[in-house]
Design a protein around this ligand. Structure first.
Ligand SMILES: Cc1ncc(COP(=O)(O)O)c(C=O)c1O
Length: 399
């Protein structure tokens, strides 16, 4: 294996190149329509996205953070309220809560799936708790039936943060309609990404959809009438037109991610089987997918005891990695004034071990093989390589 192959963690140029003419046509259509905010493209995208997610309503929003924030406002979360959030998530999940003047209450994840552990929620609930936000972290659905059961029992609203999980299936059904509403981000690097910021809310509740529509547009039911103090957070026509094109390839691109994830898991599992090869100091854990989940592999996150050495080793081979997330929200300076007792929990303890391998429609087979060769060399040296080859376990992508 030559070492001069570069493996970027994320590179939008190759996938965009594949649909370049469709994207240019879509953008030209908007230019020629002379309508740039809340027009035909947004309406068509909202219908297409609702249909894809198998829900009654989709509302285009300016970004994923606002989508979450507006859901919380629409269900009446405000100052003095508490909202259960995962201890390990991107900070936007927490910011949406504090933007409403409410307090985020962290709950640790199931250590196998990294998604919020429904069994720990009851202990975090108080008389002030209004809602639970479940994040489908890394593209894998959270344990929705258990979350629905606990939220129903406690009289709480269940909100899905689906920013990383476009197209993921829970027990065969697309996510986005399991709770009261779901928030989506179309940030460029997401599985369905715009060419700038974008977001959406999906819901089966017509009243909630209407409230979010009002809130996203200055609280305005008609021009220069303002029923509530809304915000300006609208998906724009250009992004909606781009998203309509990219929606056509979402399943195919998610399929490529799944093939890469399978190749990683198959090859890395062989290293794990080789216990004597993986000494205690080089512990590696792989993503675990419950039987009811079909993830979309926004990220492929592993745990490596010697994480920083591993990252440096891959970097020297031209392989970029990333960390999701190096500092949990509770330990961020932004939340230093919040008296949160969850620090030093699982999320804090494992933050130093997490590492995300490159995954996405931009990668080719050679690049994936290059990542695996580097992993084998780091963890097992030549003995593990022989074992991998000896098992006849060829990496075979996109067959
Ligand atoms: C879990 C999660 N929630 C919310 C967001 C916020 O989305 P956006 O960046 O579009 O505001 C993101 C994306 O970055 C995310 O990963």
């Amino acid at each position: 294996m030559t070492v001069d192959i570069r493996v970027p963690f994320l590179d939008l140029a190759p996938p965009h190149q594949e649909i370049r003419s469709e994207l240019l046509d879509a953008m030209t259509r908007v230019l020629d329509s002379n309508r740039f905010v809340l027009g035909h493209e947004v309406e068509v995208f909202e219908s297409a996205w609702a249909k894809y997610c198998d829900v009654a309503h989709a509302v285009g929003i300016g970004n994923g953070l606002d989508a979450l924030h507006l859901i919380l406002r629409a269900i009446g979360v405000g100052p003095g309220d508490e909202v259960i959030v995962p201890a390990n998530t991107f900070i936007a999940t927490w910011l949406a809560v504090t933007m409403c003047g409410a307090t985020p209450v962290p709950v640790e994840p199931n250590p196998e799936t990294f998604n919020i552990d429904p069994r720990l929620i009851r202990d975090a609930v108080t008389s002030r708790t209004k809602a639970i936000i479940a994040v489908h972290l890394y593209g894998q659905p959270a344990d929705l039936d258990e979350l629905i059961a606990v939220s129903t029992e406690l009289g709480l609203s269940l909100v899905e943060d689906a920013a990383q999980a476009h197209g993921a299936l829970y027990k065969g059904k697309r996510i986005g309609g399991h709770g009261v509403a779901a928030a989506w981000s179309f940030y460029p690097g997401k599985n369905l990404g715009a060419l700038g910021d974008g977001g959406a809310v999906t819901t089966n509740d017509p009243e909630l959809a209407e409230k979010v529509r009002l809130l996203r547009n200055y609280g305005s039911p008609a021009k220069y009438q303002h029923a509530v103090q809304g915000v300006n957070s609208r998906l724009d026509e250009l992004q909606a037109a781009v998203l309509l094109e990219k929606l056509k390839v979402l399943d195919e691109w998610n399929g490529r991610r799944a093939s890469i994830a399978e190749a990683y898991t198959t090859a890395l599992k062989l290293l794990l089987d080789e216990e004597e090869v993986l000494g205690a100091s080089r512990v590696l854990s792989l993503p675990i997918v419950p039987s009811w989940a079909k993830p979309v592999w926004h990220l492929y996150v592993i745990r490596v005891a010697q994480r920083d050495d591993f990252v440096s080793y891959l970097s020297a081979q031209g392989i970029e990695t990333s960390i999701h997330y190096p500092i949990p929200p509770a330990s961020q300076a932004a939340y230093k004034d919040l008296a949160i007792g969850a620090k030093s929990g699982f999320s804090d303890r494992t933050a130093g071990e997490l590492v995300s391998l490159p995954i996405g429609p931009h990668l080719n087979q050679e690049q994936v093989a290059c990542v695996l060769a580097a992993c084998r060399n780091f963890f097992g040296g030549s003995r593990a390589s022989k074992r991998v080859r000896g098992n006849g376990s060829e990496i075979n992508l996109w067959v």
